[in-house]
Write a new protein. Structure first.
Length: 523
């Protein structure tokens, strides 16, 4: 929410004749200044069908386009005044909900939820058209800016790139014809082609893994698991990592969603690797977190406060996680078990009595002034870091052994921090040595980067540390970094160039399923 000072600054701008774009909730002062109606908070689940998109009102926003916006809630507004409804909320069945998505006043507009940027280009066109109603010539300025960037990049590229040259020529021609939307898009295409030209093209390796992480226990919104799996397979995916189990698995998930997901994966030729959230319990229901706290099973930070992470030193926790791994591996024909949150949350835990006792046993002496003496810069900080690494490594070993005993041939993997040396010191994740000891079949470093150059740098460092990438499935942060389709393609190509076993995308949402993956993974 905006501060009082920020609201006052916006009000001052309004008084001087400026136009304002508001998103979601705002202050009563701005409501009054712009003469906006009151909105009522409404969850998408309260509608007959969930929200899916925003559709511009015909004829009001030239150049605009419908765009995906799957909001979980919004401010429901009845437009009974002199405001214009320039765009409407649409549901997943393609019907107009008759709830305004964008309302226009004399001095600005109001977007009735947070802009989620799920459909970048189409949303850009609509918001540009909305702003141009107050700022004539804005589309010309946007096209000119994109065109100048494309000219500069092309002439500084150092070599002729045929497709890029054609796109630049198309942008120039459209601009001369005052077709500013097509000009801007052609200029953006030129820039993308130039970025592509800098990346070598390596064909996919045989048996390349093309996987996705899915945080949903029920599949894509509005789809069951069969439809979700069919969509992924049709787009070239061959492995699914659904987040279905944790330190206190829900029976409904185990009895209903997991069997449905398994059947869907089997019928669509997908390998199913069950995503197991190990030590982090923040997402558990409060009653379950309370049980762990009351039984002194949570980690203790340097202030003596329990945090929602299981202590990896406590024997009960280790036995619990190993038994869950064995149970699901035995009961369900899964291809793999994927360990997540198999680490400490940071460098400031765990300082419980059990950890102190185990650390002193590891050292062979008592430690006075605990925990201060083990914190960074103090005498025991280095052996403390090594102790924490050993606790996590031995836990990985125990979970893997339990799963493999229950289901011989099951593949074990883990999501890990991308920088091994930093991961060792900060969260106790010694994953390079896990691989050298063959504790896991592969690891998935979360190389979430906005650009292919940074992503390639992570892969180069990891290859140097491991010696090869045959057992490394790099995580691409397609949703966390809001990657475009072109940038995603470049990062996939980086995986192939580096010799990785494939790639895994975080995460599988409607944007990935509908906008980014079609026609991409097979290339």
């Amino acid at each position: 929410a905006a501060s009082a000072g920020q609201n006052n600054a916006v009000l001052s701008c309004l008084k001087r004749g400026s136009k304002v774009g508001l998103f979601y909730a705002h202050s009563p002062m701005l409501t009054a200044a712009m003469e906006l109606p009151a909105g009522k908070f409404l969850k998408s689940t309260a509608l007959p069908q969930p929200l899916a998109a925003i559709q511009p009102e015909a004829g009001l926003l030239p150049g605009s386009r419908a765009f995906r916006q799957q909001s979980g809630a919004f401010l429901a507004v009845q437009n009974r005044g002199r405001l214009k409804t320039t765009a409407w909320w649409m549901d997943s069945a393609g019907r107009n909900t008759r709830w305004p998505a964008i309302l226009e006043a004399d001095n600005g507009f109001w977007f009735t939820h947070v802009f989620l940027n799920q459909d970048r280009e189409n949303a850009f066109c609509t918001l540009l058209a909305q702003m141009e109603r107050f700022l004539p010539g804005l589309s010309r300025a946007a096209a000119a800016t994109a065109l100048n960037r494309a000219r500069f990049a092309y002439h500084n590229h150092g070599r002729t790139a045929g497709p890029a040259a054609a796109a630049l020529e198309q942008a120039e021609k459209a601009y001369r014809q005052q077709l500013f939307g097509p000009s801007r898009e052609a200029a953006e295409s030129c820039l993308s082609l130039l970025r592509d030209a800098d990346i070598p093209r390596t064909p996919p390796r045989q048996n390349e893994v093309r996987a996705v992480w899915s945080r949903s226990t029920s599949g894509l919104p509005g789809q069951d698991w069969f439809q979700t799996a069919r969509t992924l397979a049709a787009n070239g995916g061959n492995a699914l990592f659904p987040n279905m189990i944790n330190a206190w698995p829900e029976e409904q998930v185990l009895q209903k969603q997991l069997p449905a997901c398994l059947a869907a994966a089997r019928d669509n030729g997908l390998a199913l690797h069950l995503w197991f959230s190990c030590l982090g319990v923040a997402d558990l229901p409060p009653a379950k977190r309370k049980w762990f706290a009351e039984n002194n099973l949570l980690q203790i930070n340097d202030s003596g406060v329990a945090i929602p992470w299981l202590c990896p030193t406590r024997p009960y926790n280790r036995q619990l996680l190993a038994s869950i791994a064995a149970k699901v591996a035995k009961a369900y024909p899964i291809a793999g078990l994927h360990l997540d949150l198999i680490r400490y949350p940071g460098s400031q835990s765990c300082f419980c009595p059990e950890c102190r006792k185990a650390f002193e046993k590891y050292l062979g002496r008592s430690v006075h002034g605990f925990p201060g003496m083990v914190l960074p810069g103090n005498p025991y900080s280095s052996p403390w870091q090594e102790f924490r690494c050993r606790q996590i490594t031995s836990l990985v070993q125990e979970i893997a052994r339990a799963a493999r005993t229950a289901r011989p041939g099951i593949l074990l993997s883990a999501a890990v921090y991308p920088d091994w040396q930093s991961a060792r010191s900060s969260v106790g994740q010694d994953w390079v040595n896990w691989q050298k000891q063959l504790l896991l079949d592969f690891v998935c470093p979360m190389n979430y980067r906005a650009t292919a150059s940074l992503f390639a740098g992570d892969l180069a460092r990891q290859k140097q540390q491991l010696g090869h990438l045959n057992a490394l499935l790099p995580g691409i942060g397609v949703s966390s970094e809001r990657l475009s389709k072109d940038e995603l393609a470049r990062q996939i190509q980086c995986c192939r160039n580096a010799g990785a076993m494939g790639f895994i995308l975080f995460e599988y949402t409607p944007r990935e399923a509908c906008d980014l993956l079609p026609g991409l993974l097979q290339k």
